[in-house]
Design a protein around this ligand. Structure first.
Ligand SMILES: C[S@@+](CC[C@H](N)C(=O)[O-])C[C@H]1O[C@@H](n2cnc3c(N)ncnc32)[C@H](O)[C@@H]1O
Length: 231
C-alpha cells in the first residue's frame, strides 16, 4: 500500500466523517447478522476501521472492553463524541497495518466496510495471531458482482434498496454532499468478487465461511481452533 494512497484514504474519511448519519445503509443492515455470530459476552473485542463507531457501540454492549482503531482522526473524534456514555471503548487513531497486534488477546475481531483498503495477505495472519483460541472473526465488506447469479440478485437488490432508502431514510438518494464525497472516495476503491474473496480467506483461514449478501456485501465468519479442537 503506497503512502500516497493511505493519505488519500485518510483524507476521504476525514471528509466523510462530517456527513449527517443515516438511519439505514448497506452496512448497518447486516449488524444483526454479524452480532449473531459472536458470543453474547466477550472479554475483549477489536473493531478494525471503526468509523464513527456505530457498530463499536453495539459491540461494547456485549464486551468488557472494545478497542476501536481507525486511520481517520476525524472519524475517531466523531466516534468519541457519540460514545461518551461508553466507558469501555478505547478509540485509537492508527493505520491498522502499522498497529501492534497483541498475541492471542481478543475474543473477537470485527471489521465493516474496511478491509478492501488493506492487503489481506498482510492483515489476515495478524488477525489470526491476535485472536484467542476459540475467538471469532467477523468481516463485512463490499463485493464486486460476478456471474448470472449476482445479476439476478442485483435485480432484486436495486428496487428493494430504493424502497428501504425511502422508508428508513425518508429520501431516495443520499444528499448531494454525500454523493460527491463518496464519488471522490470511490475513484480509488477496488472490491473482490465472492469467488476471489472465498479463495483468499480460505487460503489463510481454514474453513472460513464466506457468504454473499443481497446489498453488495460479502461476510466472513471464522473461528480460531482451540487446542481441544486440534486434538
Ligand atoms: C466505510 S468506513 C466504515 C466505518 C465503520 N466500520 C462502519 O461500518 O460505519 C471504512 C473505515 O475504515 C477506515 N480505514 C481505512 N483504512 C484503514 C487503515 N489502514 N487502518 C485503520 N482504519 C482504516 C477508514 O478511515 C474508515 O473510517
Amino acid at each position: 500500500m503506497s503512502d500516497a494512497l493511505t493519505e488519500k484514504i485518510q483524507r476521504d474519511f476525514d471528509r466523510l466523517a462530517l456527513l449527517q448519519p443515516v438511519n439505514w445503509d448497506h452496512n448497518n443492515h447486516y449488524h444483526g447478522f454479524l452480532l449473531q455470530q459472536l458470543s453474547p459476552h466477550c472479554e475483549r473485542i477489536l473493531d478494525i476501521g471503526c468509523g464513527t463507531g456505530v457498530f463499536t457501540r453495539l459491540l461494547a454492549q456485549r464486551a468488557d472492553r472494545v478497542t476501536a482503531v481507525d486511520l481517520s482522526a476525524k472519524m475517531i473524534e466523531v466516534a468519541q463524541q457519540r460514545s461518551q456514555s461508553y466507558a469501555n471503548i478505547d478509540f485509537q487513531v492508527a493505520d491498522i497495518l502499522q498497529w501492534q497486534f497483541p498475541f492471542e488477546y481478543f475474543d473477537a475481531i470485527a471489521s465493516i466496510a474496511t478491509v478492501h483498503h488493506l492487503p489481506l495477505e498482510v492483515l489476515l495472519p495478524k488477525i489470526q495471531a491476535a485472536l484467542k483460541p476459540g475467538g471469532k472473526l467477523v468481516i463485512l465488506d463490499l463485493v464486486e458482482s460476478e456471474g448470472i447469479q449476482d445479476l439476478v440478485s442485483d435485480g432484486i437488490a436495486f428496487p428493494l434498496n430504493l424502497t428501504l432508502q425511502l422508508l428508513k431514510n425518508k429520501r431516495l438518494r443520499p444528499t448531494p454532499e454525500a454523493i460527491a464525497a463518496w464519488q471522490e472516495h470511490g475513484m480509488t476503491d477496488k472490491y473482490l468478487t465472492r469467488s476471489q474473496a472465498k479463495q483468499i480467506y480460505q487460503q489463510f483461514l481454514t474453513e472460513a465461511q464466506v457468504r454473499k449478501h443481497l446489498f453488495w456485501r460479502y461476510s466472513v465468519v471464522w473461528e480460531k481452533s482451540s487446542p481441544q479442537q486440534l486434538n
